[in-house]
Design a protein around this ligand. Structure first.
Ligand SMILES: Cc1cc2nc3c(=O)[nH]c(=O)nc-3n(C[C@H](O)[C@H](O)[C@H](O)COP(=O)(O)OP(=O)(O)OC[C@H]3O[C@@H](n4cnc5c(N)ncnc54)[C@H](O)[C@@H]3O)c2cc1C
Length: 399
């Protein structure tokens, strides 16, 4: 096989462009899903033309590092991996950076972008997820930050430099990880969370409470059962008004209330969407020649917005796109919550599982097993030192 021509369109260069579909695979998105797919395709086929289109600058980075970079002593620049040009050259792909796809004509197999039209033979949507709008009122609401990519994180780090008080809205996975990272770096952290304990959709109460207590032990102040109403500017910082009338003073407000799969582009093109872009186990969408993976995808009815599932998806889709149709088959994939003060490993039971938690609380952590009526393991939630059991339990589940 001969290598395909190497080309890239660097940031800001070039205007509108028009290409014909040819044999080109077009990937939209340069997050872990888009780039992992590109790499997996290249492992299998050095020649097939691939174009990767992305709204951002195409820098490769690992998103999970954003929520523990303070502890790791890393500035945003240190989290950036290869630049777009390097990725294009290494992976022998055409990269269109700072190019937003605005429409898909699935009949003509063409994309509208803000820099012109682009044809595709096969299209892969790796669009990620968007932060839930926080819906806060007040003259400080537009200053509330979210962190969902490296550029957001650079803005966040600038905002917290030299500041002290950070209000985090949301005590899910990302809120807890940022709370741990910020508190350990010496910030005063308030977390406002609607649930009665953190990660309440993944963890039973005892496990969530242990995590909450551990974070409190390094200074995190919890506001459970509460939600933010408005953010008002003050001479120094902001006042965050909660739904019970309480007010928190903060220098920076971070919204971590959750992400939702990016579906608008697909829905606008008549591609079936539900929670995410609906695809089957071949990652094929409801119209021919269109696929989806990563945070934006709902695979056989399930959206798994984590790194390990997207790796499995990328390997399967690369095989499919290079001539070997391959269905996604997930191994047991525990989610690790990066809260070093009290780590958590959780493998939720499959949706619709009928069973309950058996919880054992020890000095150093909590072991919660989700079992059915026969005592068969369906999932687990482990905290602290109990996380050491996860490999054994994954083996038990696999068996
Ligand atoms: C702070 C944080 C910590 C996390 N920690 C963990 C962890 O520890 N473990 C774990 O498993 N998971 C973790 N996750 C989740 C994990 O990072 C994501 O599942 C994963 O990075 C998603 O990758 P993606 O490529 O699907 O999406 P994204 O990385 O969001 O990439 C989407 C891409 O699509 C592009 N795009 C979107 N719309 C358009 C358009 N219209 N035109 C052109 N381009 C477009 C964007 O520019 C971007 O390049 C974390 C997430 C966050 C936010």
């Amino acid at each position: 096989m001969s290598a395909s021509p190497v080309s890239s369109v660097p940031a800001q260069e070039g205007g509108a462009h028009t290409t014909s579909p040819g044999g080109s695979i077009v990937i939209v998105g340069s997050g872990l899903a888009g780039y992992t797919l590109l790499k997996e395709i290249r492992k299998r086929d050095a020649a097939v033309p691939v174009t990767l289109v992305t709204a951002d600058d195409g820098t490769f980075y690992s998103k999970p590092n954003l929520s523990n970079a303070l502890a790791a002593g890393k500035a945003p620049a240190a989290l950036a991996g290869a630049a777009a040009e390097k990725m294009a050259a290494e992976q022998r792909a055409t990269l269109l950076t700072h190019t937003r796809v605005t429409g898909i004509d699935t009949a003509r197999q063409r994309l509208d972008t803000d820099r012109g039209e682009l044809g595709y033979a096969r299209l892969v949507l790796a669009l990620g997820a968007d932060p839930f709008p926080h819906g806060l009122d007040g003259d400080g609401a537009e200053a509330v930050l979210t962190v969902n990519d490296l550029a957001d994180y650079a803005v966040f780090r600038d905002a917290i430099a030299g500041k002290q008080r950070i209000a985090v809205l949301g005590g899910g996975l990302i809120g807890c990880e940022f709370a741990n990272d910020l508190a350990q770096a010496g910030y005063a952290v308030d977390v406002v969370h609607l649930g009665d304990w953190p990660l309440e959709r993944l963890l039973p109460a005892e496990a969530g409470q242990r995590l909450a207590d551990s974070l409190a032990s390094i200074g995190v102040r919890w506001h459970f059962g509460r939600t933010g109403r408005s953010v008002a500017r003050r001479a120094a910082g902001f006042d965050v008004a909660l739904d019970n009338g309480e007010t928190l003073a903060a220098d920076v407000v971070l919204s971590a209330i959750g992400l939702r799969p990016s579906t608008a582009l697909a829905a606008g093109a008549g591609i079936a969407t539900g929670r995410g872009i609906q695809v089957d186990s071949l990652l094929q969408a409801s119209v021919p020649h269109v696929y989806a993976l990563g945070d934006c995808a709902e695979v056989d009815g399930v959206n798994l917005p984590y790194v390990q599932p997207l790796m499995v998806q990328a390997r399967a889709l690369a095989a499919t796109l290079t001539g070997t149709p391959t269905r996604v088959v997930y191994p047991a994939m525990p989610v690790m919550v990066k809260t070093p003060v009290h780590p958590v490993a959780v493998l939720p039971p499959k949706p619709g599982s009928i069973g309950g938690w058996q919880v054992t609380c020890g000095e150093e952590g909590v072991c919660a097993l989700h079992v059915d009526a026969d005592g068969s393991l369906q999932g687990f939630a482990l905290t602290g030192a109990e996380t050491a059991q996860r490999t054994r339990l994954v083996g038990e589940l696999a068996a």
